[in-house]
Design a protein around this ligand. Structure first.
Ligand SMILES: Cc1ncc(COP(=O)(O)O)c(C=O)c1O
Length: 430
């Protein structure tokens, strides 16, 4: 996708270009005793884009935030079910590990956990996928440990590793996912083994690529050689619309305590419900519940009951089929529009599922800084996330993440045409 740096790229919180804490550390004559880890929390450019767009008044086609299309969120069904939740037990504390009905529904759904029998003792319900990642790092990562991540990566996830004091080793991604042989070489060069390896194996955020079966198997081998935990973050896996199903790490290596799977309903039901789950070896489940109790009591009970109802009432596979069909169409529309409006200036990935395309500026547009293009694009009426937002080391200044999931086919054509105009304007300024 992009020329990979020759030597290992390792980022720590001390590398933060700007110290986000500087402005609030000295307040009048008070020096706040801010923890060192706050220096690494530069914030999520991805999440910040929501408030940035809210301040614009012109019409903007939104390829930025990775949110499901509004039209596919079954809000009316939710409202109907919530109207029946009149028992106060729906609004009290629930078990930390999650509502039993939801855990059982997750285990029984082939769409969610693949073609296998899953022991409910492997599952803990979380407040979204992010909490699963937080629990994983909290449980396994000490200050100064090495954590390998993909490059580009979902930086909300790598920032969590940084917040626990990890040093983040960035491994390039190509069309088959993380380059695991490069990971092996970098580990040898550094003379340090990673405590954890964070991967998004299906329709990766942001690149859209999927890790091949051979690489998954090799990564499992390396994890066992080094005793590293694989943090398998897969919120998009049920959204495959083309290509062959590839088994998950938990399927390839059953009963493997080194596999920690983080999942979410955010992309397949609705992100505002904040419900996800983790699958772990039953031997560490109680410890994980203890870890989680130092964080919160449980995921929101009404949200869990709503999701459980949605999974068990019938029609969940049909709901996913509807999403897959819609997103396939939208991805094709984005590629078609790009062929018409961005030809020779942008190289795109072609994912088999999920939400995102990764666009690299090429040809006469190769030197455009995507952050500058972003400002121009907003004026032209289209938003994306600049590539640097997906790199702890600030790489990919000439790339963009484009979310095809949230906009209709017509809006996608319009938005890509506007992006073509924005590139034109940007070139005319240089
Ligand atoms: C790869 C990846 N992991 C985790 C998350 C977080 O999901 P949730 O909203 O369920 O916390 C996202 C959301 O964008 C994601 O893309």
């Amino acid at each position: 996708m992009t020329q990979a740096p020759a030597t290992p790229v390792v980022t720590t919180t001390a590398d933060a270009a700007v110290d986000p804490t500087a402005a609030v550390k000295q307040l009048g004559d008070v020096t706040l005793p801010l923890a060192r880890r706050t220096r690494g929390w530069t914030g999520s450019v991805i999440d910040a884009s929501v408030s940035l767009l809210a301040s614009r008044t012109n019409d903007i086609v939104r390829f930025g935030m990775g949110a499901p299309a509004e039209q596919v969120v079954p809000a009316a069904d939710f409202a109907e079910f919530l109207g029946t939740m009149t028992n106060p037990s729906s609004y009290t504390y629930g078990p930390t590990e999650g509502e039993t009905e939801l855990i059982n529904a997750i285990c029984e759904s082939e769409d969610l956990t693949g073609p296998r029998t899953v022991d409910p003792n492997r599952i803990i319900v979380t407040s979204g996928g992010m909490q699963g990642l937080d629990l994983a790092y909290k449980m396994f990562v000490n200050d100064g440990d090495l954590v390998a991540v993909e490059s580009p990566t979902y930086t909300n996830g790598s920032s969590t590793a940084l917040s626990y004091g990890a040093e983040v080793l960035q491994i390039p991604v190509d069309d088959d996912g993380m380059d695991v042989e490069r990971l092996a070489r970098d580990v040898e060069t550094l003379g340090r083994k990673p405590t954890a390896i964070y991967v998004i194996p299906n329709f990766q955020n942001p690149s859209g690529v999927t890790m091949s079966l051979a690489r998954r198997q090799r990564l499992l081998e390396l994890a066992h050689e080094w005793n590293s935990v694989i943090i398998d973050d897969d919120p998009y896996g049920s959204l495959r619309f083309s290509g062959e199903y590839i088994p998950s790490f938990a399927e390839l290596s059953p009963d493997d305590p080194l596999v920690f799977s983080a999942r979410s309903f955010s992309k397949i039901i609705a992100p505002g419900l904040r419900v996800g789950w983790v699958e772990v070896d039953p031997a560490i489940r109680q410890l994980l519940i203890n870890v989680r109790q130092a964080m919160d009591a449980s995921a929101a009970v009404p949200s869990q009951q709503l999701v459980a109802h949605y999974l068990t009432r019938g029609g969940f596979t049909e709901h996913l089929d509807m999403l897959r069909t819609a997103y396939h169409r939208r991805k094709d529309a984005m590629l078609e529009a790009a062929a018409e409006h961005l030809s020779g200036r942008v190289e795109l990935t072609n994912p088999d599922g999920g939400f995102f395309l990764w666009a690299t500026l090429i040809g006469d547009a190769a030197d455009i800084d995507a952050r500058e293009l972003f400002e121009t694009a907003l004026d032209e009426g289209v938003a994306f996330i600049p590539g640097e937002a997906f790199s702890p080391a600030g790489e990919f200044s000439n790339a963009m993440r484009l979310c095809f999931a949230s906009s209709t086919v017509e809006r996608i054509h319009e938005g890509i045409a506007r992006l073509g105009c924005a590139i034109e304007v940007q070139l005319s300024r240089s």
